[in-house]
Design a protein around this ligand. Structure first.
Ligand SMILES: Nc1ncnc2c1ncn2[C@@H]1O[C@H](COP(=O)(O)OP(=O)(O)OP(=O)(O)O)[C@@H](O)[C@H]1O
Ligand SMILES: [Mg+2]
Length: 362
């Protein structure tokens, strides 16, 4: 998949900007705070519906403006795709696919696809399970829009169940409604678990290989799905898990089991990288995870997603930098950097100088 056109209006530091990227390596070069990441963030927003930096749409709107918009055109094997997102200061987002307004946020998924690697990725390795669930959820949503809908159904049912758990002590009449929320959680949850298990298995197979290459064959990385419900992945197992936890959940007024508590474990030599890995091992694991995500997405979709590298070159040692650059063949890539020397000899297709919220082709 190739992004052929990107247009921003009132997005972060940009009043208006347009760029026509090339199929190969696109470089955004500029000093700190000039607006390089803003461009990648806008692209990522069109892939996943989310910024990788904030959940607040408001922050994406240029200060003083009443809306922001991002429009991306992409060329895929099956033809051209166009996605436009308008974020108003007040009210709901507007989403247009191929120029037509659509009402469901899930309709965004699968048109523009990409993998973003940024310094914050280290959090996927170091932070709690929520970051790793997000890692899996964002990839699966792009690969399979039905997964995104299951996530939405699950989140809605979870919110309702938690609401009932909170109110039940003062409104015992609500208790019987728990059965139906459990049922909805179990249905959506079984879909999430099955997809996650399959995806993590593929990811692990890829990551073992990729990690061996970038760590010069010294270590083996394994990625393991660690579901919260351990009785099984099917609807009945989740229902049983929820039922067993109900009394406890009522006391704690929150749902303690289910895919919203899943984790994904990263192991090197059988040990958890999060707890025992050195800084360097964690960095390498983060890179291996992203590269594996890229490979799995290609396998499943039959074409490369675009790759966005935000400031990562300067963080890698020369050998890993070369490893990364060697993998860019045939992949549309967007790289931000402050210094061209960081590009480790990557074949640059197009470059822009970014300064004070403007882009100039260099
Ligand atoms: N909503 C907004 N409206 C206007 N400007 C904004 C908004 N949000 C962020 N900015 C500006 O955008 C700039 C940050 O842009 P960005 O994060 O893309 O920088 P960068 O070039 O990636 O920098 P670095 O090299 O430090 O990562 C800051 O100068 C900030 O003031
Ligand atoms: Mg940046």
């Amino acid at each position: 998949m190739i992004v052929t056109d990107l247009r921003l209006r009132q997005y972060r530091s940009y009043e208006a900007c347009a760029l026509a990227p090339c199929e190969g390596v696109n470089v955004l070069l500029g000093d700190n705070g000039q607006g390089k990441t803003n461009v990648l963030e806008a692209l990522y927003l069109c892939c996943t519906g989310r910024s990788h930096r904030t959940r607040q749409d408001r922050e994406l709107i240029r200060w003083g403006a009443d809306f922001a918009s991002v429009k991306v055109e992409a060329q895929r094997r099956d033809g051209s795709h166009q996605v436009e997102i308008v974020l108003p200061q007040a009210g709901r987002r507007k989403l247009k696919i191929a120029g037509q307004e659509v009402s469901k946020s899930g309709e965004l998924m699968g048109h523009v696809t990409g993998v973003l690697f940024s310094p914050e990725d280290l959090r996927t390795v170091k932070d709690g399970p929520a970051e790793r669930r997000r890692f899996v959820d964002m990839a699966l949503s792009q690969i399979k829009p039905s997964y995104y809908y299951a996530l939405q159904r699950y989140a809605r049912a979870l919110k309702q169940r938690n609401e009932v758990l909170k109110l039940a002590s003062v409104q015992p009449g609500l208790l019987p409604t728990l059965d139906s929320w459990d049922e909805q959680l179990a249905q959506a949850g079984a879909e999430l678990m099955a997809q996650r298990r399959g995806y993590v298995a593929r990811l692990s197979a890829e990551a073992g290989e990729t990690h061996r290459e970038i760590s010069d064959g010294r270590e083996r990385l394994e990625i393991r799905y660690a579901p919260s419900v351990t009785l099984g992945d099917d609807r009945q197992a989740i229902l049983d898990g929820l039922f067993a936890a109900r009394e406890n959940d009522l006391r704690r007024m929150t749902t303690s089991v289910g895919p919203h508590r899943d984790d994904v474990l990263l192991m090197i030599g059988g040990r958890d990288v999060r707890a025992y890995g050195s800084q360097g091992q964690q960095r390498t694991a983060a890179l291996a995870m992203r590269l594996s995500e890229l490979n799995v997405m290609r396998e499943v979709m039959g074409e490369w997603p675009m790759l966005m590298l935000d400031d990562v070159m300067s963080e890698l040692d020369p050998s890993r930098r070369r490893q990364l650059v060697n993998r860019l063949d045939g992949i549309q890539t967007f790289i931000t950097c402050t210094d061209v020397d960081d590009l480790a000899g990557a074949r640059i297709g197009k470059a822009w100088r970014v300064s004070g919220g403007t882009l100039a082709e260099a």
